[in-house]
Design a protein around this ligand. Structure first.
Ligand code: FES
Length: 107
């Protein structure tokens, strides 16, 4: 795996997302407040047709943590990338980890 450091953990406010360009892929990175958990998914919203998911609001519905797209409010699961309103739709997910306070992604 080719891990690439993209930012420091402190560069991402808890419960928000940022976008990083990793090997030509726009990756939406999210940091949960609880446990500093990290997720990385594609930034492109296939419904709205734009690179906006990093700007979405994190939603917690039961066990499922998702991001609501700013465009049409479709929810994409941060673990699987699957759309909760239409399971035929999904966005890519990428491995992400924390190393010495640096956020690293494979994309
Ligand atoms: S929304 Fe995550 S598995 Fe269905």
């Amino acid at each position: 795996m080719n891990w690439k450091a993209v930012c420091l953990l402190d560069d991402i406010d808890p419960n928000t997302g940022v976008c990083a360009l990793v090997n030509g892929h726009q990756v939406a990175l999210f940091r949960l407040a609880q446990g500093d958990q990290l997720f990385a998914i594609g930034n492109y919203d296939p419904v709205g047709g734009a690179n906006v998911l990093s700007r979405g609001l994190i939603a917690q519905l039961g066990e499922v943590t998702s991001v609501a797209s700013p465009l049409y409010k479709h929810h994409f699961c941060l673990s699987t990338g699957v759309c909760q309103e239409d399971s035929n739709l999904r966005v890519p997910t990428y491995p992400v980890r924390l190393r010495d306070n640096r956020v690293e992604v494979v994309a």
